[in-house]
Design a protein around this ligand. Structure first.
Ligand SMILES: Nc1ncnc2c1ncn2[C@@H]1O[C@H](COP(=O)(O)OP(=O)(O)OP(=O)(O)O)[C@@H](O)[C@H]1O
Length: 285
């Protein structure tokens, strides 16, 4: 979430699996500060696109850029250190770590990137000695990390803060999903990629998540968010722009109402042309 954020660009990106065109010649751009929602039926290629951007899957063809830097050949940890943080479709928290420690761990991505950029990257032994001796610089860094963790946990209201000393395995499903988002935010990414963050959440939890995303936008106006989501009430409230994927290709693009109510989109999902807008939480899957 630093001020020098650069645009994320996909140029003619494809990923094929044994003849299946999971993503087929997709070009898109996400500038800093924009929230872009990716919607489409099951199997449209949405998760694959997130896998490709985050380096978890490799491209069959095309290029991905962070401004003028090509990132599609980089491993996932390098991409994360460049400021692209992602959550997974199924929660990936470490069950035995406490909520606090899980989010603390998330602060490492940005820290490593900053130290590397400034040439102050510490080797593991000097790190260990600094922590054992409790040096002033080590204490300052710890305090800064703790302040980040506290701010992030408090974003989630009463959901995570009172549970900060509990191990993740004791959390409810919705809280584990919140924790995963908190851990990604702790890396202070410039881009946040969220894969179905509201999956499995009830309407109250979905409304809370919607409010959280709106609050994030207010607090971090430079943060670019790419959210894959089937729950259209959330999409309509948080997205500046929507891209509809179908069979790996872009079917429609525009502001939420324009894209979601496009007759071809409605027909692709519902098999008929509607005269009224797609209901707010129609499931496109
Ligand atoms: N690792 C893989 N190996 C083979 N096929 C894959 C792989 N990953 C994805 N696919 C195929 O690529 C297509 C797109 O899948 P993807 O998971 O990206 O869709 P999606 O839009 O995210 O769907 P959903 O909404 O159900 O999560 C599907 O046909 C899927 O079976």
């Amino acid at each position: 979430m630093n001020s020098s954020t650069k645009a994320l660009r996909l140029e003619n990106v494809s990923r094929h699996y044994d003849g299946v065109k999971a993503v087929d010649d997709v070009s898109l751009s996400l500038p800093p500060g924009e929230t872009l929602a990716l919607v489409g039926p099951n199997g449209a290629g949405k998760s694959t696109l997130i896998q490709l951007i985050s380096g978890v899957a490799s491209l069959t063809s095309g290029r991905i850029w962070l401004e003028d830097r090509r990132i599609d050949k980089l491993p996932p940890e390098r991409i994360a250190r460049l400021g692209i943080g992602r959550s997974f479709q199924t929660s990936r928290v470490f069950p035995a770590l406490t909520v606090w420690d899980s989010v603390m761990l998330g602060t490492q991505a940005r820290l490593l990137a900053e130290e590397r950029a400034s040439g102050r990257l510490k080797d593991p032994f000097s790190e260990l000695f600094a922590s054992l001796l409790g040096t002033a610089s080590w204490r300052r860094r710890l305090q800064a990390q703790e302040a980040v963790v506290q701010d992030i946990l408090q974003l989630f209201g009463e959901r995570l803060w009172p549970r900060r000393h509990q191990p993740a395995y004791t959390l409810s499903y919705a809280n584990r999903r919140r924790l995963e988002i908190a851990r990604v935010l702790a890396g202070q990414p410039d881009y946040l990629l969220l894969d179905e963050p509201a999956a499995g959440m009830n309407p109250t939890e979905t409304a809370e998540l919607t409010e959280l995303l709106l609050q994030l936008r207010r607090l971090h106006p430079q943060l670019g968010i790419l959210v894959v989501e089937h729950k259209l009430s959330l999409v309509r409230q948080v997205a500046d722009r929507v891209i509809v994927l179908n069979q790996g290709q872009i079917l429609a693009e525009g502001d939420p109402d324009e894209a979601l109510d496009h007759p071809e989109v409605v027909e692709a999902y519902l098999g008929r042309v509607r005269t009224r807008p797609v209901s707010s939480d129609a499931h496109l899957g």
